[in-house]
Design a protein around this ligand. Structure first.
Ligand code: ADE
Length: 242
């Protein structure tokens, strides 16, 4: 997968080359390009924003600069990329989004400051390529950079050969619509706290039932909204008895 990020803070994207993502780049599972938006300015001040039409606080990012940047970064003789615009005003980014994007060959992230990019940039790009405005949660960041990092990490770990153990992606919280329950490792007793007996019983059916119960209970307490959204057939008779 190819990933490009356009930003006025290229140094903010340095973590892309660390840890799991860095390894994925080394192993050529993903290739990453980070581009400084100011490279497409033509004035001495290298201005990327201007005051909003209609008044109000903050600044809006200029369409001419963004237009040229995206023309160049998204140019391809083959299919265009999927353009992703992080914004608190976007549709929610979820694990489902990450799974869908993990099948794409090329993602481009356009990171604007939170007051936003002139809407015509997004509207015009959408005539040439798939575009999604997405939010990573109901809070406001300074700009789209940290949101892009979050989304790149969520997508990259789903790619074949990126995670050490592919089964861990399948057992994620959300992959079955529930939060994952607690995990334990050695020692068997730590600070007078034993590991739950069932996990040492060797009874695989009992362990699976216990894990399912823990996931249901945790989801009920922490994210009841997820239970409400679970398709009816995903809860079996034994689940309902709990
Ligand atoms: N930019 C600022 N806040 C954001 C958010 N919550 N999600 C995505 N991009 C953002």
């Amino acid at each position: 997968m190819r990933i490009d990020v356009v930003t006025i803070f290229p140094e903010y994207l340095a973590p892309l080359r660390a840890a799991l993502l860095g390894k994925a780049i080394e192993r050529e599972k993903i290739s990453v390009g980070v581009h400084d938006l100011r490279d497409w300015t033509h004035d001495v001040h290298r201005a990327v924003d201007d005051s909003p039409y209609g008044g109000g606080p903050g600044m809006v990012m200029k369409p001419d600069v963004w237009g040229e940047a995206l023309d160049e970064v998204c140019a391809s003789p083959e299919a265009p990329p999927r353009l992703i615009v992080p914004t608190p005003a976007g549709r929610p980014f979820t694990q489902r989004t990450a799974v869908r994007w993990s099948a794409e060959p090329w993602l481009v992230f356009a990171c604007g400051r939170y007051e936003g990019i002139d809407q015509r940039v997004v509207d015009e790009a959408a005539e040439r390529m798939p575009v999604e405005e997405v939010s990573i949660g109901d809070y406001v960041l300074v700009g789209g950079e940290v949101a892009a990092l979050t989304m790149v990490e969520a997508v990259a770990r789903l790619l074949p050969g990126v995670l050490g153990n592919p089964a861990s992606a399948e057992q994620d919280s959300f992959s079955d619509g529930l939060l994952e329950g607690p995990s334990y490792t050695r020692p068997e007793v730590w600070r007078d706290r034993p590991v739950p007996d069932v996990l040492r019983s060797g009874n695989h059916a009992a362990i699976a039932r216990w894990r399912r119960d823990q996931a249901l209970e945790r989801t009920y307490h922490r994210r009841p909204d997820l239970l409400d959204r679970l398709p009816a057939q995903d809860l079996n008779a034994k689940d309902r008895a709990r």
